[in-house]
Design a protein around this ligand. Structure first.
Ligand code: CTP
Length: 401
């Protein structure tokens, strides 16, 4: 959302207090938030609260600003207008094209996408007039985050409660994200494989799958059809097809089946390099002494993909390193014939396995690289996908010339 200009309209409903949280989250995500409150909103929350958290002071009036036409300035400068909460009255005014205050005038004066997040009592939400207004707005391309069911003002329980601020911010991110992977099929692997020793024990690693899952979520948000091959299916993001696997052999089989039809394959999984030669049928017993476990290599899935890469396919590998990160990463890039290699110093603080943040260096086959300093795994995912898009543009340009 970095630098995106968002007009946040707040109307007069009890859920106006949640707009404060929406505002804070948008600003934290890097957006420039210009808040606009209706007269009704001012009865529920103080202007000072929103002004303190937003990127500029709250505006409330068409008339009292130094600039004589605040609605056109707000509307024309916006990348997105969000109304949260949106009352039944706001939906009716917007659907009818009425502009009687700064927010309704801004909604008519903008060509930016608009997201409305209705909140009202169940009876109002279910009223045919409200639903018809919403259908009209949807037909005009307005985005809607529907209310949830839950506890409402006055103690009633029902449909109409403003959606969770996190869901609203996720919808904002989805609207602002360029669909630059639309039409592409992307396979992402994630998590650490587990190689069984006996029915209860395995050889594993510390990978949590978070970076791979963030990559799958970001690719889906950017328009790709994503299949996620993961050892941690329970935490897979919405909107992606999931293939649950456990062992390196299972991951190999799934990737071998899916990769030929994929435009992009991202091997973010920590695949075991060795597996026990034999798996004991019953639990190994302590009384039988210390077991000797013989290991044999697994298939290097990434190297196999690199050797048989289809023209036009983009292959991304990861390198989990604890020392000589740059040299090891570049060696892997060449040895496994990948287009991009994402190097991870997993011993660095707050980076790598299990953390929610990561810091990586993305190496390209021409020797150039991009450093991505400590950021959320979602931001790192977008940086990796930016490099994928750039690589694909460059290689389609050079194959044409
Ligand atoms: N990888 C793979 N199949 C394996 C092992 C690794 O596809 N059997 C992939 C990983 O998903 C990652 C890349 O290869 O994209 C590098 O993995 P990494 O564990 O860093 O390196 P290794 O090849 O295992 O080499 P080393 O153990 O020497 O660091």
């Amino acid at each position: 959302m970095d630098g995106s200009r968002i007009v946040l309209g707040v109307t007069g409903g009890i859920a106006a207090y949640k707009a404060v949280e929406v505002c804070r989250r948008l600003v934290d995500a890097g957006a420039h938030v210009a808040p606009v409150m209706t007269e009704g909103a001012s009865r529920f929350i103080g202007e000072t609260t929103l002004s303190a958290l937003a990127s500029e002071p709250v505006q409330t009036s068409l008339w009292d600003e130094a600039s004589p036409i605040p609605h056109t300035r707000l509307g024309q400068g916006a990348d997105l207008v969000v109304v949260a909460p949106a009352t039944a009255r706001l939906l009716a005014d917007y659907a009818a094209g009425r502009s009687h205050d700064l927010l309704t005038a801004t909604l008519l004066a903008t060509r930016a996408p608009v997201l409305v997040c209705p909140a009202m009592h169940t009876e109002m939400w279910e009223h045919p007039a409200v639903q018809v207004n919403l259908a009209t707005l949807r037909a005009r391309g307005v985005h809607v985050v529907e209310p949830e069911a839950g506890r409402l003002a006055g103690g009633d329980v029902g449909h109409g409660r403003l959606a969770d601020p996190a869901a609203i911010v996720a919808a904002v991110a989805a609207i602002l994200t360029p669909a630059d992977l639309a039409g592409l099929s992307v396979v992402v692997t994630a998590g650490g494989t587990r190689e069984p020793i006996d029915p209860v024990r395995f050889i594993g690693n510390r990978s949590s799958g978070k970076q791979g899952h963030a990559l799958a979520a970001a690719a889906a948000r950017r328009g790709a059809a994503v299949t996620l091959v993961t050892t941690v299916p329970g935490t897979a993001p919405a909107g992606v097809a999931v293939r649950a696997v456990d062992t390196a052999d299972e991951m190999h089989a799934a990737v071998a089946e899916l990769a030929p039809a994929a435009d992009v394959v991202v091997m973010a999984a920590a695949v075991a390099d060795f597996k026990p030669v034999a798996v004991a049928g019953d639990k190994l017993k302590k009384a039988d002494g210390v077991p000797e476990i013989r290991l044999e290599p697994t298939v290097d899935i990434l190297a196999e993909l690199g050797a048989g890469k289809a023209p036009g396919q983009t292959l991304v590998g990861f390198a989990a390193e604890t020392a000589d990160v740059a040299a090891n990463a570049q060696k892997k890039l060449v040895a496994k014939r990948v287009d991009l290699l994402v190097a991870n110093d997993v011993s660095a603080p707050e980076a790598g396995f299990e953390h929610d943040t990561n810091a990586v260096v993305i190496y390209r086959a021409d020797g150039s690289f991009l450093e991505v300093p400590l950021a959320s795994k979602g931001e790192v995912a977008d940086a990796v996908l930016d490099s994928v898009v750039a690589h694909r543009l460059q290689s389609s340009g050079s194959s044409k010339s």
